[in-house]
Design a protein around this ligand. Structure first.
Ligand SMILES: [Mn+2]
Length: 298
């Protein structure tokens, strides 16, 4: 749909991260005029404010699933705010924080309609569990929890309300770098037969790649998630993960793709994760360009 009314929800949390920073993203995007840019495009914006502010600290009691209690709390806050927003406005924009915001969005969307779809735009597939990586950052374990794979944490599954929340056919991994996957992620991806579009395919023809990707998703409401680490870090240095230097789509290419999804008749929710404003300290115009591009998706 073309959204005429939009609720903006902030999730200022870096609890699932490798370090602090992403908790600043909702504030910084507001300071760079995101809401004004949306309103200037004729969209009636309802600001639902922010959920709990959570700054990452090392969790020495749960080193392999760090700060899982805080992450669950943030997911529930996003879910409650999204549920209210779906009843009030055409669409929802959730500003993370971590990619784990998707869990709250998908819980709310599933309670709204039992068969939603998710276009997950990320350099990574986020299919890890505490059993497949030693770093303990829940940040890249969110999709594994949505699908309820073996090894997922009970605390986060509880926050989703039911497991699995999402069927494999309701998910499309978009713009991923196949080389960035851990062996555990590859095993889960291949075992479940997940559909995906690589970053190279996205770059070749962004709009066509997006049309093909959303055509794999069910008829129910469509959620789009953007991890900004999808972007070429040299073009848009805003992501926590700096691994995408001179690889992946530019901001303009990514937006050409995502605009297809946000204008799909099924579209209801867009979430953004992993924007770390400190990365752009030397190039603050990158935040302005991103805020402008984000508003341009509606
Ligand atoms: Mn990522």
């Amino acid at each position: 749909m073309t959204a005429k009314t939009l609720t903006v929800i902030g999730a200022p949390s870096s609890a699932g991260s490798y370090a602090a920073g992403q908790e600043q993203a909702p504030r910084v995007l507001r300071e760079h005029g995101l809401l004004e840019r949306l309103r200037a495009r004729g969209i009636a914006v309802l600001d639902s404010g922010d959920g709990p502010l959570q700054v990452w600290t090392p969790d020495r009691a749960h080193p392999l699933a760090q700060n899982v209690g805080q992450v669950a709390e943030s997911v529930l806050a996003v879910s409650e705010a999204t549920k209210r927003a779906l009843a009030q406005t055409d669409a929802v924009l959730v500003l993370g924080g971590n990619c784990l915001v998707t869990l709250g969005v998908m819980r709310a969307l599933t309670e709204h309609d039992p068969a939603p779809g998710l276009l997950y735009a990320d350099r990574h597939s986020d299919l890890n569990t505490p059993a497949t990586t030693t770093d303990g950052a829940l940040d890249w374990m969110g999709v594994a929890h949505l699908l309820g794979v073996e090894g997922a944490t009970s605390e986060l599954l509880d926050a989703l309300g039911r497991s699995p929340l999402l069927a494999p056919s309701s998910l499309h991994l978009f713009g991923i770098d196949p080389d960035a996957a851990t062996p555990g992620e590859r095993r889960i991806r291949d075992g479940l037969g997940l559909t995906m579009t690589t970053a190279d395919q996205l770059r070749d023809d962004p709009a066509a790649a997006a049309r093909a990707a959303v055509s794999t998703l069910p008829d129910g409401p469509l959620a789009v998630h953007l991890d900004v680490d999808l972007l070429d870090f040299t073009d848009a240095p805003i992501a926590e993960d700096t691994g995408g230097r001179n690889t992946g789509p530019t901001l303009a290419e990514a937006m050409d793709a995502l605009r297809v999804a946000t204008h799909d008749p099924r579209f209801r929710a867009l979430s953004v994760g992993e924007l770390n404003p400190t990365r752009a300290a030397g190039d603050p115009a990158a935040i302005d360009r991103f805020a402008d591009a984000l508003a341009g998706l509606f």
